[in-house]
Design a binder for this molecule. Structure first.
Ligand code: AHR
Length: 678
């Protein structure tokens, strides 16, 4: 391998490595967003209130729970009066016909409630209590109500202490508990209290959240919430362990809110940023794109605060009038409301406090505008085979550039993916390309950008991953990723930004009461309610991002061993000629202020490979260097929730660095050499 210091390489993009995120695999609800109560406003119901169950010590009490106004579009007349506002329209009623023993509601959390020692949790909920009421005199439009069998009259004995606790699922161990006094009231009231665990509590997720009483009556609940400590103690904030893992990756930007999550299955399901603002009491949630209903606790403001907390610049995706079911709105007057909506959204992010949406942001807690350089128009619009993106992109770009000339609009259509679709006229400055591949395909294509036109648009690789291993990727995938990343890094004059996807996965499998937590295999960071771990791919991302200079060092290679890429079934039938792919991949950058050189070399074979490294024209180089290696015994080796650090970077000091030096690359290894020049 030759690093040619006699040539002046181009600058490395300052935003090369970032993050991509969306609500998939319970990335936010049951993931980064720290809320612990599943289905807190009772709108995520298939056949029953998801996540909720009845607790009764004495089954002869004949207590029950029932969703009231479960279908927000078809609320029976008699149930409308239970709505708190336009967002909190569904509530859960606990009926207690007989007092004297513990009766309550239990929430199972997102695959458990995490219990940790000396931890204070903030609980809150809306509650009102009544006795059972006689049938109303009039039904809708004054019609006489339908004759129903007389309901048993239940005495209103609801006023008094209500117990709130975090306890084991069998109810035998109480980890933290408190009481609130329910006023005698038929009107909704919000209650808040804190629950603190003891110092000697053993961490567990085998726990539930319970609100209970021992008195008769009808108890109505809405917006039941429980927060553990959050990163920076931000209210409505993020999980601490996951935030720290992201900070460790040193991301330069965060692409949000998707992905498919931006688009939604239909027009009405696109990310509804306006109803994600303000108190959570006003957030109805929405349908989402991945089979469960997001609470929108992770709203636009929270995305922006998340960026700030991890030191990343927002890269905002705006909905562009095309959804996953294939419906689109052609450019023209019907698209204008969507363009205006995007302009409002941008104003929320960067408008000053004198603008309408900038003032809203200030009221939400952040008077200073956020930094924003890139706005992505839609997501994967190459799937829109009607070719409407050309017009839609233009209409969005013209409006955005007119109001915000400094913003760069990213096109989601790139030649590399669907050459038949194009944005015509003024060429977009940046194209977003997505690649989900096998490790073989990554190795085959790791040099694809060496040949790209340097006079065309810049490239944002806005989603990519080597898809091997589930729910998180394995070492072989990490070797595919690392090879691919050397290609992006060598070409980081062209590849101005890149981000892996998906970022997060809740790794819980299905239980008797909750479905499997994830929808997409091959993810970067895995977790359950209690702990988190990085995949081998996560560590590749981390070491690549940590070890990056600001100048590309031109490199060349000789005698790189190759291996034959296996043919797919179809290729065998079609008698496609087998190709060879390299087994060593490389890239190098230099920090021209400190003189540090970062050389990355990937060995994809399961045996040691010797390399000779020639630092052509380097001048002075320190004999001692640091080597960071990610490797394993088997390509399928991986990290899991129970074995979280099997594959991690190992740092050693090495000697004998000279203008030409030899190294032995460990089997299945990603190697980062930190050399010092000058
Ligand atoms: O990352 C998962 C999905 O893959 C994204 O939502 C979508 O943009 C892509 O097709």
């Amino acid at each position: 391998l030759t690093l040619d210091f006699t040539k002046n390489g181009p600058a490395v993009s300052p935003k090369l490595y970032g993050l991509m995120t969306e609500e998939i695999n319970h990335a936010y609800d049951g993931g980064l967003y720290a809320e612990l109560i599943r289905n807190r406003i009772f709108k995520d119901n298939k056949t029953k209130p998801e996540g909720w169950s009845l607790v009764q010590q004495d089954t002869t009490t004949k207590a029950s729970i029932k969703l009231i106004a479960a279908d927000p579009d078809n609320i029976p007349f008699d149930e409308r009066r239970h709505a708190i506002n336009g967002a909190l329209t569904t509530c859960l009623r606990l009926t207690v016909p007989k007092g004297g023993s513990k009766v309550g509601l239990a929430n199972e959390g997102y695959w458990g409630i995490p219990v940790k020692p000396s931890t204070t949790y903030k609980a809150s909920f809306y509650l009102k209590g009544t006795g059972s009421t006689p049938p109303r005199r009039f039904g809708p439009q004054g019609a006489a109500p339908a004759q129903t069998p007389a309901a048993p009259v239940i005495a209103d004995n609801t006023a008094g202490p209500i117990t709130v606790s975090i306890e084991s699922n069998d109810g035998k161990t109480v980890y933290a508990s408190g009481t609130i006094d329910l006023a005698k009231s038929t009107l909704w009231k919000k209650y808040e209290l804190t629950l603190t665990t003891a110092a000697d509590v053993k961490p567990t997720a085998d726990a539930r959240f319970v609100i209970s009483t021992d008195r008769t009556g009808l108890y109505y609940f809405n917006l039941v919430s429980l927060f553990p400590p959050t990163y920076n103690n931000r209210p409505n904030g993020n999980r601490i362990d996951l935030t720290k893992m992201l900070i460790d990756m040193k991301p330069k930007f965060l692409r949000f809110p998707g992905g498919n999550y931006l688009e939604g299955p239909n027009f009405a399901d696109a990310f509804p940023w306006k109803t994600t603002l303000g108190p959570i009491d006003n957030r109805p949630g929405h349908k989402g794109s991945w089979g469960y209903r997001p609470t929108d606790g992770m709203g636009l403001y929270e995305f922006l605060m998340w960026c700030e907390e991890i030191g990343a610049e927002p890269l905002l995706g705006v909905y562009a009038g095309y959804s996953l079911d294939g419906d689109h709105i052609d450019a023209g007057p019907l698209l204008k409301p969507y363009v205006d909506d995007a302009l409002d959204e941008i104003e929320y992010v960067i408008g000053d406090v004198n603008t309408y949406w900038g003032a809203k942001r200030a009221a939400d807690g952040h008077p200073a505008p956020f930094k924003l350089s890139y706005v992505e128009i839609g997501n994967e619009d190459w799937f829109d085979r009607s070719n409407s993106y050309d017009g839609r992109f233009k209409q969005f770009r013209e409006a955005i550039e007119k109001k915000y000339p400094h913003l760069i609009c990213v096109s989601t259509i790139a030649d590399a993916q669907y050459p038949t679709q194009k944005v015509t006229g003024k060429s977009p400055a940046v194209l977003d390309e997505h690649y989900y591949r096998s490790s073989w395909d990554m190795w085959e294509n790791a040099h694809q950008y060496d040949k790209y036109d340097r006079n065309g648009p810049k490239i944002f690789v806005g989603e990519w991953a080597t898809r091997e291993g589930a729910p998180t990727t394995n070492l072989n995938a990490a070797l595919g990723d690392a090879a691919w990343m050397t290609g992006m890094e060598r070409n980081s004059d062209l590849i101005i930004m890149s981000c892996y996807a998906p970022l997060f996965v809740n790794v819980n499998t299905a239980t008797s009461t909750a479905p499997k937590a994830w929808q997409w295999d091959s993810d970067l960071i895995g977790y359950n309610a209690l702990t988190a771990f990085g995949s081998p791919s996560y560590y590749v991302q981390k070491v690549f991002s940590e070890n990056l200079g600001n100048k590309i060092i031109p490199m060349s290679a000789e005698n790189i061993p190759t291996q034959l890429k296996p043919l797919s079934k179809r290729d065998s039938i079609n008698k496609v000629k087998q190709i060879s792919v390299p087994t060593i991949f490389y890239a190098a950058t230099q920090d021209d202020k400190t003189g540090a050189v970062y050389l990355k070399v990937v060995n994809t074979l399961g045996k040691v490979q010797p390399v000779e490294i020639n630092l052509k024209g380097i001048g002075k180089v320190s004999k001692n260097a640091t080597l960071v290696v990610i490797s394993g015994k088997k390509a399928e080796d991986t990290n899991t929730i129970t074995d979280p650090v099997k594959i991690v970077p190992v740092t050693t000091k090495i000697k004998g660095i000279a203008s030409v030096f030899k190294q032995k690359l460990a089997p299945y290894s990603v190697n980062v050499y930190q050399l010092q020049t000058g």
